[in-house]
Write a protein that binds this ligand. Structure first.
Ligand code: BYC
Length: 481
C-alpha cells in the first residue's frame, strides 16, 4: 500500500503532498525555485556555500526517525514541502465554525485574512536567514557553525512551506506574494521585512543565541496557534514546522547557558566575586553577566512586539473565523468561542499599570504573549540556577512588558526595566544602562573570532555537553572548502 506520509524524492522538490500529480503547483514551484536559489546565494550564509555541512534533512513526517544526517553543501540541501500526517475527519476546534469539518480548501470569505497570515509567517523565515548571514565568519566552533547553518536551512524550508500554501491555494495573488517574499530584505530602508524584530541586526553570536531563544519562541507560539487552524493545510504545515523549531530554541537556550558557564568559570578561576566588576571580567576574555542581561532585555522586548497589540480586532476576527487559535487550544477547557469571556489585560492607567478585564476575544494577543512569557521565564530560571550553582550572586531578570516597546499599549511610554515611568529624556539618558551600548557591542564583537579546529571552542563559550547526532567532541561538523 502507498504510504500517504512518505516523502517523494523523485520530483525536483521533495514532498509528501503528491506534487508529481499536481502539475500546476509543481510548475509554479519550479518556476519560483531559481529565484529562491538566487536569493539563497545572495542572502544566505556568506562564504560557506561550498562547504560540506553535517546537516539533518527531513525525510519523513512521522515523529520517530523523521530526519537523516549527512554532509551536504547548503545550496544542494533538499528543501521540501512537508505536511504533518492528515488526521482523518478532523473537526474545527474553535471559533464560530467549531465542530464543522476542517477545510481542505480556502473558504472564499476568509481568503484575504488567511493569505495575510501566510505571508507574514513566510516573511519572517527568510528574514532571519538574512539577519544571520555573516555569523559563520565568527563561529566559535565547528559545532556552533553547523547549528547556525542547520537553523538557516530549516528557516528557509519554512519559507518553502508558506510558499507552497500561497501557490497551491491562493492563485495569482498567492504567486505574486511568493515573489514578494524573495524581494523584501531585512533592514532594507525601501523594502524592509514586515515585522519589527526581523529588521534588526544580529551582529554577534550572543545576539544569535538570544534571538533563537526569544524570537524563535515567538515563532513557536505563533505556529502553535496556526497549527489549530480550521484551514487544514495550514494546520498540518505548521505542525511539522514545529518539529524543526524545537532544535532552534535548544540552540538558543544552550548557547546562552554555555556563555554563562564560561563567564562563571573564568570569574571563579580569577577569584572575582562581584559580577559588576566589568572591566576585570572583560579582561578575562569573557562576557560579563550584566551585558548578557542587557542583550536579554533587548531581545525579549523586541520579541514581545511580535505579538501585536494587546487589544486587537485582527486577532479576534482570526479566532472567531476559526483561522488562528490559542496556544494549545485543544487542551483548554472552555467553550472555545469565548462568548462573554473576559481576560485581564495589563494597561497603563493614570501613571500606573492595572489589570483590566477586557473581552477575551480582543485580548487574544495578550493571552498568547502571557503564555510566551511563562515559557520564556522558565528558561531564564534555569540560567539563574546555573549562575547560583557556580556561587555567583547575580540573577537575570525578564524586564517589565512596558520596557522598550514599539507596539501596543506601552509603545508611547518610557519605563525602566522594572516598569517605573520615565520621561523620554530620562529614558534616553539611561538607555545604555539597560540595553547594549555601542561600547558593549564593540566589546562583544572584539571576542568574536572563528575557531575551525574540530573540538576547539572560542574562549568566551563553554563546549556543549553532548554533540549533535551523538557525535564525539572532535567531530568535524563542517568541512570548510
Ligand atoms: N512589527 O492588531 P495588531 C517566526 C502590525 S516569528 C510591525 O496589533 P495583529 C520566526 C500588524 O501586521 C512568528 N508591524 O496585531 C521566528 C497590523 O498591520 P496591518 C511569525 C506589526 O494583526 C524566528 C497592525 O500592526 N508569525 O516564525 O493582531 C525565526 C495592527 O496589528 C507588528 C506570525 O506572526 C510588529 N511587531 O497581530 C524565524 C503569525 N505587530 O494589518 C521565524 C502570523 C503588529 O494593519 N501573524 N504589526 O497592516 C499574525 O498572527 C499577526 O499578524 C501578528 C500581529 C501576531 C504579527
Amino acid at each position: 500500500m502507498l504510504d500517504a506520509n512518505a516523502v517523494d524524492y523523485e520530483t525536483s522538490i521533495p514532498n509528501n503532498v503528491g506534487l508529481s500529480s499536481d502539475r500546476r503547483v509543481l510548475k509554479a514551484l519550479e518556476k519560483w525555485h531559481p529565484g529562491y536559489l538566487s536569493w539563497w546565494n545572495e542572502m544566505g550564509p556568506e562564504g560557506f556555500q561550498d562547504s560540506l555541512v553535517y546537516l539533518r534533512t527531513a525525510v519523513g513526517v512521522e515523529p520517530g526517525g523523521w530526519a537523516k544526517f549527512d554532509y551536504v553543501r547548503m545550496p544542494e540541501y533538499r528543501w521540501g514541502v512537508l505536511l504533518a500526517p492528515k488526521e482523518e475527519n478532523r473537526l474545527i476546534g474553535f471559533g464560530q465554525h467549531r465542530g464543522q469539518p476542517a477545510w481542505q480548501e480556502v473558504p472564499g470569505e476568509y481568503r484575504a485574512m488567511l493569505q495575510r497570515l501566510c505571508v507574514i509567517q513566510g516573511d519572517t523565515e527568510p528574514a532571519s536567514v538574512e539577519q544571520q548571514r555573516y555569523l559563520g565568519a565568527t563561529a566559535p566552533s565547528l559545532y556552533d557553525m553547523r547549528n547556525l547553518f542547520q537553523v538557516n536551512v530549516e528557516e528557509a524550508r519554512h519559507l518553502w512551506a508558506m510558499v507552497y500554501l500561497l501557490q497551491k491555494y491562493f492563485g495569482k495573488e498567492g504567486r505574486s506574494e511568493a515573489e514578494g517574499l524573495l524581494i523584501r530584505r531585512s533592514g532594507d530602508e525601501d523594502r524592509p521585512r514586515m515585522l519589527g524584530a526581523f529588521n534588526e541586526a544580529t551582529p554577534d553570536w550572543l545576539s544569535f543565541f538570544m534571538f533563537t531563544y526569544f524570537t524563535d519562541r515567538d515563532g513557536k507560539m505563533q505556529l502553535e496557534s496556526l497549527a489549530q487552524s480550521g484551514f487544514d493545510p495550514l494546520a498540518r504545515t505548521t505542525r511539522f514546522m514545529l518539529t524543526e523549531e524545537a532544535h532552534h530554541m535548544f540552540v538558543g537556550e544552550s548557547g546562552v547557558s554555555r556563555v554563562i558557564q564560561r563567564t562563571c568559570d573564568a570569574m571563579n578561576q580569577a577569584s572575582i566575586e562581584n559580577p559588576f566588576d566589568i572591566d576585570r571580567i572583560r579582561a578575562l576574555g569573557v562576557i560579563d553577566l550584566p551585558t548578557i542581561q542587557k542583550k536579554a532585555n533587548l531581545h525579549y522586548s523586541l520579541s514581545l512586539d511580535l505579538f501585536g497589540s494587546e487589544i486587537s480586532t485582527n486577532a479576534a476576527t482570526a479566532f472567531n473565523n476559526s483561522l488562528k487559535g490559542r496556544y494549545r487550544e485543544d487542551k483548554i477547557e472552555d467553550d472555545h468561542q469565548l462568548i462573554n469571556a473576559t481576560y485581564p489585560v495589563l494597561k497603563p492607567v493614570d501613571g500606573t499599570f492595572k489589570l483590566v478585564d477586557e473581552p477575551a476575544l480582543t485580548a487574544l494577543n495578550m493571552r498568547l504573549r502571557d503564555d510566551y512569557t511563562r515559557e520564556t521565564d522558565s528558561g531564564v530560571r534555569r540560567w539563574n540556577r546555573q549562575i547560583n550553582k557556580n556561587g555567583i550572586d547575580f540573577e537575570i531578570r525578564l524586564p517589565s512588558v512596558s520596557f522598550n516597546r514599539s507596539i501596543g499599549l506601552f509603545s508611547n511610554i518610557d519605563t525602566t526595566p522594572e516598569g517605573d515611568s520615565l520621561t523620554q529624556e530620562e529614558f534616553l539618558s539611561r538607555k545604555d544602562d539597560w540595553l547594549p551600548s555601542a561600547d558593549d557591542g564593540a566589546f562583544v564583537s572584539s571576542l568574536m573570532e572563528q575557531v575551525t579546529e574540530p573540538g576547539s571552542f572560542a574562549g568566551w563559550i563553554s563546549p556543549p555537553r553532548i554533540g549533535i547526532d551523538n557525535k564525539t567532541g572532535d567531530f568535524e561538523y563542517v568541512r570548510l572548502q
